[in-house]
Design a protein around this ligand. Structure first.
Ligand SMILES: Nc1ncnc2c1ncn2[C@@H]1O[C@H](COP(=O)(O)OP(=O)(O)OP(=O)(O)O)[C@@H](O)[C@H]1O
Ligand SMILES: [Mg+2]
Length: 467
């Protein structure tokens, strides 16, 4: 077979092999192996051109390996023998002692001085520099013109494959980025809880940027969901809502960030800002709803208390109004405790203390009140019922009972027990005033408990209800 026919076959076979993959790294490794085989050389080095840095970066080798890949060999077009081929867009051939050539560039982790000859060619796709490659032999070798033509032809064919693989890689990366953003959108729209959204944002940032660490820093300086560790490089992006800065997205990595990755981070930061604002708006809405609901409930309670009072026969109007005022103040006491502590639950001890101070005020002195109160807390609505019940019973003890009144709040088998004892003469028969009707109705309907009033050596009113 003559040389040109053989070379044509080598060209066809090489291109066919290289074209079997779309994965850029795999393509480059195939190029290194197939080219070394086609030209029967000892080694082949394939460099890819990185436009942003204007550098040729060694991406694949065959027949030789790069020792300690701490720093990937890279050079500018024009630097070294292969760089010269790239810059001049023409092959460079040195048959022997290539490492003594003035253009030779030494890399500490590349054992290039073991090769005598070199043939370097640029990889050009329609005039665009995609990279460069070289073949090496340990023995001196003068590559023929037709061998040089063959390598140039292979390189120009390979350039197309590399370009396609690069485009494919970029498309894959775009898809991955869009998927990451979609995951964040989904988490933000599905989650009612701000924390969950923020967690999803930080996790997705970590994954999609292969970051060593990420976090969201909120405007109050609070760091939400810090993950991982700091890296050698960090990007901090402001979270903005209507031009206002509401926090910061921080991403750490050991390798630098590309412009595309920064753009992705910006998109993530935008999502995070939306999630934060959305979450806060939801919280404000929930809170407002809750407050409206409580106000409505309390006004309804006040209305039924007044209605009950209005139905009472031959009651003294002034006393009726004063009792009603105390009932409304009892409800207000619950809100006072809630306001002071900014909590959802009310501490009963504190509530009882407030009511006591309020009821004893302006009363004829000479009453001795002792209290033994366990630490118990109740949710708003139950606390309101208990405040009203306590107010009625304590007021009765003060008004109708003996000189000594004892208050006790205790826990017993999962129940709360409120006992108000006085050493008075006690109640006769079945007393049925407005006060005790209120107590009975609230204990039954709001506290789901029981109420008893005993007269013996002492008068004892007791309310038992589950927490
Ligand atoms: N601890 C007590 N000692 C003695 N009598 C009591 C005691 N508690 C209630 N009573 C009696 O039961 C009656 C009914 O009480 P209730 O609290 O239901 O009425 P009220 O509408 O609040 O009016 P009052 O101001 O009289 O208490 C009272 O008028 C009183 O005679
Ligand atoms: Mg009463």
């Amino acid at each position: 077979m003559d040389t040109s026919a053989r070379h044509l076959r080598l060209l066809t076979e090489t291109i066919a092999a290289v074209n079997s993959s779309l994965d850029l790294q795999e393509v480059l490794e195939l190029v290194a192996r197939e080219v070394a085989d086609a030209l029967a050389t000892d080694a082949c080095f394939v460099y890819l051109y990185d436009e942003p840095t204007d550098e040729l970066v060694l991406r694949a080798t065959h027949g030789s390996r790069v020792e300690e890949m701490t720093r990937t060999p890279r050079m500018r077009p024009g630097e070294g023998i292969t760089g010269t081929a790239a810059a001049e867009r023409a092959p460079v051939m040195i048959p022997e002692k290539a490492h003594l050539d003035s253009r030779f560039k030494q890399f500490p982790n590349l054992r290039e001085d073991e090769y005598e000859s070199i043939l370097a060619v640029p990889i050009l796709a329609r005039e665009k520099l995609e990279g460069a490659l070289n073949v090496r032999t340990r023995e001196p070798r003068a590559f023929t013109d037709s061998e040089m033509d063959l390598l140039v032809a292979i390189a120009s064919q390979v350039a197309q494959t590399i370009e396609h693989a690069r485009l494919y890689e970029r498309a894959q990366r775009r898809v991955a980025e869009l998927e990451a953003l979609a995951r964040i959108s989904e988490a933000v729209s599905e989650s009612l809880y701000l924390e969950e959204s923020l967690e999803a944002i930080v996790k997705t940032t970590m994954e999609s940027l292969r970051a060593t660490g990420a976090a969201l820093v909120l405007e109050d300086g609070k760091v939400a969901w810090p993950e991982g560790r700091p890296g050698a490089y960090a990007v901090r992006l402001p979270l903005r809502w209507k031009r206002r800065r509401i926090g910061e997205l921080v991403c750490d990595r050991d390798t630098p960030f590309t412009d595309e990755e920064r753009a992705l981070l910006e998109a993530i930061a935008h999502h995070a800002a939306v999630a934060l604002e959305h979450g806060r708006a939801v919280m404000r809405g929930v809170l407002a709803q809750e407050i409206h609901h409580r106000v409505k409930n309390n006004l309804q309670t006040v209305a039924s208390l007044l209605r009950l009072q209005a139905r009472a026969d031959n009651a003294d109007p002034r006393k009726a109004l004063q009792d009603s005022v105390n009932r409304i103040l009892a409800i207000a006491a619950v809100h006072e405790v809630l306001t002071v502590h900014r909590e959802d639950d009310v501490d009963l001890g504190e509530l009882v203390d407030r009511l006591r101070a309020m009821l004893v005020q302006g009363l004829v002195s000479g009453k001795e009140v002792t209290a033994d109160l366990a630490t118990i807390s109740l949710a708003g609505q139950q606390a309101t019922a208990l405040a009203l019940v306590f107010t009625e019973l304590f007021q009765n003890a003060l008004e109708h009972g003996g000189a000594h009144v004892a208050l006790e709040l205790a826990r017993r088998d999962g129940d709360v027990v409120l006992t108000i004892t006085d050493d008075g003469a006690g109640v006769g028969g079945a007393p049925a005033g407005t006060g005790l009707s209120i107590v009975q109705a609230l204990v039954r309907d709001e506290l789901q408990g029981t109420f008893e009033l005993e007269s013996g050596a002492a008068t004892r009113a007791r309310v038992v209800f589950p927490v």
